[in-house]
Design a protein around this ligand. Structure first.
Ligand code: NCD
Length: 310
């Protein structure tokens, strides 16, 4: 298995074996993140982070990952301070990442932008989210979290909840889960349900899949609730957003009926879909999930830039 120089554009580019290998390398990264061990394996390497959309976790965890392994980072998170403001194309901006750095992480509002960027870069391009398309590195940390919270990915009933239409994290996660033996339920109001192609793809894979709009019905039988934010910025009509803005809320009352070992995940940022009181519950795994982002991104950078784990 060789990842050196590979683009990470879509989770569908990775096999189950490759995903499991990345998760194993991520697990080995823990002492290097926690300070128990030190590695300079990426010394002399430069990562470019080109963020055309807001980000907290994805950008900062990539940067932390690079620094933890002795590498350096250049980039931007505000396009108004770049030549994009002067009308520079994505292709030309990417050419500069290619020239100045050893790999590029790109977040961009257009679906397909990471695939396009990979055509203009000789260095690996990592998709940090392309519009309502894909978010493969989030999926890797989601799978890592399921594995570390539950011991196994196989055997779980996983409910994806919220904005399944525009949410890129759930698109990637649903595609990845097709490699595993899980039961899926897609919980969303009709107008925000999972794109038809994804539903058909999951069904064709032979996984057991339910589609519904009632969180209450699935909350007491699910092993994992993967809750997402309604993606306000992707709505063309703000009135349409208002109709669904507060449609689901995970609160202490809902938790009462859930399994004792339920795991609640969320890619974050959360808005109102999980009540702050839930944070105290052992079931709330979303901050542990976000912390896992550093380990998984350390593993990815290590593999893409050197080809071998630590
Ligand atoms: C997600 C994203 O950007 O798609 N955030 C993240 O990377 N953790 C989820 C979201 O914005 O709702």
């Amino acid at each position: 298995m060789n990842f050196k120089g590979r683009n990470i554009v879509s989770i569908t580019d990775l096999s189950r074996e490759e995903i499991e290998y990345i998760l194993k390398v991520a697990k080995d990264m823990r002492p290097f993140h926690d300070g128990g061990k030190v590695s300079k394996s990426l010394e002399g390497k430069i990562l470019a982070t080109f963020f055309f959309e807001p980000s907290t976790r994805t950008r900062l965890s990539f940067e932390t990952a690079m620094f933890r392994l002795g590498g350096n980072v250049i980039g931007f998170s505000d396009i108004s301070a770049t030549s994009v403001k002067k009308g520079e194309t994505l292709a030309d901006t990417i050419r500069m990442g290619d020239a100045y750095a050893d790999a590029v992480v790109l977040r961009h509002p257009n679906e397909g932008s990471a695939r396009l960027a990979a055509q203009f870069s000789t260095k690996p391009v990592i998709n940090g989210g392309d519009g309502a398309g894909q978010h493969p590195t989030q999926t890797l940390l989601d799978l890592f979290t399921i594995q570390s919270e539950k011991g196994n990915i196989d055997g779980n009933h996983i409910a994806l909840v919220g904005d399944l239409k525009y949410g890129r994290t759930v698109h990637s996660l649903a595609e990845a889960l097709m490699h595993f033996d899980v039961k899926l339920t897609f919980v969303a109001p009709k107008q925000l349900q999972m794109p038809k192609e994804v539903v058909e793809h999951v069904r064709a894979s032979g996984l057991e899949l339910d589609v519904c709009d009632d969180l209450g019905k699935v909350a007491d039988v699910a092993d994992i609730l993967y809750v997402t934010r309604i993606q306000k910025e992707r709505f063309v009509d703000v009135e349409e957003y208002r109709k669904v803005a507060n449609i689901f809320r995970v609160d202490m009352e809902l938790l009462e009926s859930t399994k004792d070992d339920l795991v609640i995940m969320h890619p974050l940022p959360r808005v109102d879909e999980i009540a702050p009181e839930v944070d105290k519950s052992q079931k709330a795994a979303y901050f542990r999930q976000a912390n896992n982002g550093v380990l998984v991104r350390m593993a990815l950078l290590q593999l893409v830039l050197t080809g071998v784990g630590l």
